[in-house]
Design a protein around this ligand. Structure first.
Ligand code: FPP
Length: 249
């Protein structure tokens, strides 16, 4: 992460530290449109999107948010033009290789969730290395959903549980929400409190379907490359203005 001047380095005065979300999830939408609006190839939008994500990660760390999860590539994104898919795979790999040392230094703990076996082998190797080298880091947890689909995650959890039942290791009556969550990719991570989606789309798009049960949703018209600290500040203000009742009165 290259240092660049940042505004709002400290938590803005109108936000209460104790009421910040512990875990923020983002659907980074609008990279292609951002580029097209400028007469640039879509791929440039993805490249700018990486800068935005790096800055958001740093902002979360500066402001004391414990976890950030980003939806980088969905199971449906394989349907994009081959050139774009290949560009994204190469981009993920390059970013990991280039940023790892700095992430280690900044105490970031990296985790990847999704069906990782289907990714290119060289990317899988970088993913494994980044998770291994940051495993014991004490700082913010940064989760990247790659080849991720919420339904697929739930199906694989069901399959894993069924195998345990078949082997007599688990009784059907012992399957509860806690047991189920332990079989998801996100086992051990608290659920997101806040989901931010950029570019005005009002959809969850198969992202963290189980984990998002009580997340507050924040949709902004800003395109992902334009989502800066001041946009994030607005999202957090909206979050703090909500009354979270978790189904109670
Ligand atoms: C959606 O915008 C964006 C993506 C599918 C890719 C997001 C990936 C990154 C920002 C890179 C992250 C990198 C790492 C290493 C985690 P879109 O293409 O759907 O935009 P559009 O709706 O305007 O077409």
């Amino acid at each position: 992460m290259t240092a660049k001047p940042t505004v709002l380095r400290d938590l803005p005065a109108d936000l209460q530290q104790e009421r910040l979300p512990q875990h923020v999830a983002v659907i980074m939408d609008g990279n292609g449109r951002w580029a097209q609006q400028r007469g640039l190839p879509r791929l440039i939008g993805h490249r700018r999107g990486v800068d935005t994500l790096k800055e958001l990660l740093r902002c979360c760390r500066d402001w004391g948010i414990r976890a950030l999860t980003a939806y980088a590539f969905s199971t449906e994104n394989w349907g994009r033009p081959l050139e774009e898919v290949e560009f994204l795979m190469t981009l993920f790999e390059r970013v990991l290789r280039q940023e790892l040392r700095e992430m280690v230094a900044e105490g970031v703990r990296i985790q990847f969730v999704g069906n990782l076996q289907a990714l290119p082998h060289s990317l899988q190797a970088e993913i494994e290395r980044s998770m291994e080298e940051t495993r014991n880091n004490p700082g913010i947890q940064f989760t990247v959903a790659t080849n991720y689909g919420g339904r697929q995650e739930i199906v694989q959890a069901c399959r894993a549980i069924a195998i345990q039942v078949q082997q007599g290791l688990l009784q059907p009556q012992d399957i509860d929400e806690t047991v189920f969550a332990q079989h998801l990719y996100t086992a051990g991570t608290c659920d997101p409190d806040l989901l931010i989606r950029t570019s005005g789309e009002m959809r969850i798009s198969n992202f963290l379907l189980w984990q998002m049960a009580y997340a507050e949703l924040y949709i902004t018209d800003a395109l992902w490359p334009d989502f800066d600290r001041s946009e994030f500040h607005q999202a957090l203000c909206a979050f703090q203005s909500r009354s979270r009742r978790f189904g109670k009165v």
